[in-house]
Design a protein around this ligand. Structure first.
Ligand code: B12
Length: 484
């Protein structure tokens, strides 16, 4: 007799600033697992005060056969704002074991896929699934249920008796026609009533729509290819439009497209928009945009289908830096793309780095000047979000560069966030002063919330100390966790 597996999913993401995001990954997996006939519960720690209490209660009441911990974020990606979000994964596992010592732990999620071995060590988990898990999670449960080996499940990682891990590479394959959209009923209802402050009022947590997985670019610092595989896997435009119509009919006030880059490949983005336009499926939406593929037709269709806001991943306005990052556009296109959106009535958030490979005084000042024109001090429809330093992720060109430059050792554990800042920026004290002055002169520019009373060089020094403390804590836990 085949019995169902009882799976308790736990989302450990508690990050509410500047706004909470739905645990779309976990709910997507839970939806498929439930449809395969298993008994599923989702526990989301986002709004909980007593994490330990709710985890113990859920395990005691539901008596799961397996607990799946969803790890979306590893750290803040922000040198100036050091934070790691993984320790609670180990705590959740510990609480589960205290209530039901035999319950195996499964790890998954975008953050997990970036640092699977470290997180398996850290949590002392029995199973992990890297990559997308729409079908692999169902396959894993099927094998566990039958008592069969799980070694061939795509993306699986399991500890070996002799130490280390067996890993099967993720398949990065998805059959959209067989995958169900995440069931909204599996989200914690508190997201619906939650509001957060924005510069121009209050925001509500939007529902998420994904039109594809992956990205056609391979930018020097970006780790998304590890999570979604190389290249793109496109859904069908009709299916995307069906989902958006369903949201509209369910009375959703709007949605956000969570593709890492919505408008690449451009022909596919146009197909999706044409389909929405044809059906008049108009609802306010937002997306992340690459400035290298912004045509008037695209912007027109985006506006017509309800797009209200875009985040443009510009990174730099210096052509040489853009080239070094592997970008598909140059400064001129950034300016043109920005103006097209603003003219169409779409709000723009420019996202930029300070300290990219090749960045120096002149490239940073150039970027300040260009963005100063696009997002002037009195801008109301545009903002600029600056990040100082680039998080070094495994499997990226930036990682190779950082190892070669001696910024990190080759055996650095990836659970520990480390950052690259081009030496010409890091060592230019005047430029750091100038950076702070520019930030403070522009109310719609954001680098770090405390800049009005702390200077940047000092914040970098203090953040470095905080990072070392975090590093020590993580490494201590890793050595204790992996001790025999
Ligand atoms: C869209 C997005 C955003 C949007 C959020 C929109 C939204 N509603 O989620 C915005 C721009 C707001 C955002 C913000 C942030 N983000 Co973000 N974001 C993404 C992005 C591009 C897609 C995430 C997503 O929802 N994917 C769709 C779902 C379906 O996929 P998924 O979550 O990967 O889930 C699949 C698998 O992972 C797996 N899975 C998921 N859960 C589980 C659980 C189990 C048990 C199992 C077995 C499997 C499994 O199966 C799922 C289905 O295939 C990813 C990059 C990427 N390509 O994944 C970064 C990413 C998740 N973000 C990241 C980060 C760090 C952040 C921020 C902290 C940045 C910041 N400093 O502000 C904030 C955090 C916000 C918060 N409150 O948590 C990092 C996390 C890694 C890290 N180093 O920590 C990522 C991976 C980007 C990167 N490459 O570095 N983000």
């Amino acid at each position: 007799v085949v019995t169902e597996v009882r799976v308790l999913f736990v989302s450990i993401n508690k990050l509410r600033s500047y706004r909470p995001v739905l645990p779309t990954g976990m709910v997507t997996v839970a939806t498929q697992v439930r449809a395969a006939g298993h008994d599923v519960r989702c526990l989301d720690l986002m709004f909980e005060d007593d994490d330990e209490g709710v985890v113990r209660q859920a395990v005691g009441a539901f008596t799961p056969d397996l607990v799946g911990i969803a790890i979306r974020n590893v750290d803040s990606l922000n040198l100036l704002e050091p934070a790691v979000y993984t320790p609670i994964a180990a705590e959740v596992a510990e609480w589960v074991r205290q209530v039901a010592p035999e319950t195996p732990i499964l790890l998954g999620g975008a953050g997990f896929t970036l640092v699977p071995e470290d997180l398996m060590d850290f949590v002392r988990a029995e199973y992990g699934l890297t990559g997308f898990a729409e079908s692999s999670a169902v396959m894993l449960l099927d094998r566990l249920q039958r008592g069969a080996g799980v070694e061939n499940v795509p993306g699986v990682i399991v500890p070996l008796a002799a130490g280390g891990y067996h890993r099967q590479p993720p398949a990065f394959a998805i059959d959209y026609d067989r995958v169900l959209e995440p069931d909204p009923a599996l989200y914690d209802p508190r997201y619906r009533s939650y509001t957060y402050e924005t510069l121009d009022g209050f925001g509500r947590v939007p529902v998420a729509v994904q039109t594809k997985k992956g990205c056609v670019l391979a930018c020097a610092y970006c780790s998304n290819a590890l999570i979604d595989g190389p290249g793109v896997r496109l859904n069908r435009p009709e299916r995307v439009a069906d989902e958006i119509e369903r949201l509209r009919d369910a009375g959703e006030p709007g949605y956000e497209i969570i593709d890492g880059v919505f408008n690449l490949p451009l022909p596919y983005a146009m197909q999706v928009l044409c389909e929405l336009d044809r059906r008049r499926a108009r609802l306010p939406w937002s997306a992340m945009i690459n400035p290298g593929a912004v045509t008037p037709e695209l912007v027109d269709l985006m506006a017509r289908t309800g797009c209200e806001q875009v985040e443009i991943g510009t990174d730099s306005c210096d052509d040489q830096v853009l080239r070094a990052l592997g970008k598909n556009y140059r400064c001129e296109q950034v300016v043109r793309a920005h103006r097209r959106f603003v003219d169409a009535g779409i709000r723009v958030m420019q996202c930029l780095f300070i300290g990219s490979p090749g960045d120096d005084r002149s490239s940073v000042l150039r970027t300040f000047d260009v963005i100063g024109e696009l997002v002037p001090p009195d801008a109301s429809r545009a903002k600029a979000y600056w990040t100082f330093g680039l998080r070094i992720a495994r499997g990226t060109r930036l990682h190779d560069l950082a190892v070669a430059a001696g910024v990190i050792p080759p055996d650095q554990r990836f659970l520990v966030p480390s950052y690259y800042v081009s030496p010409a920026v890091a060592e230019d004290a005047d430029l750091l002063v100038e950076t702070r002055t520019r930030m403070l002169a522009h109310p719609s520019w954001y680098l770090w919330w405390g800049l009005s009373h702390v200077d940047l060089a000092q914040r970098i020094r203090l953040a470095t100390v905080e990072h070392r403390e975090i590093e020590r804590m993580l490494l201590d836990h890793l050595t204790l966790g992996s001790a025999p």
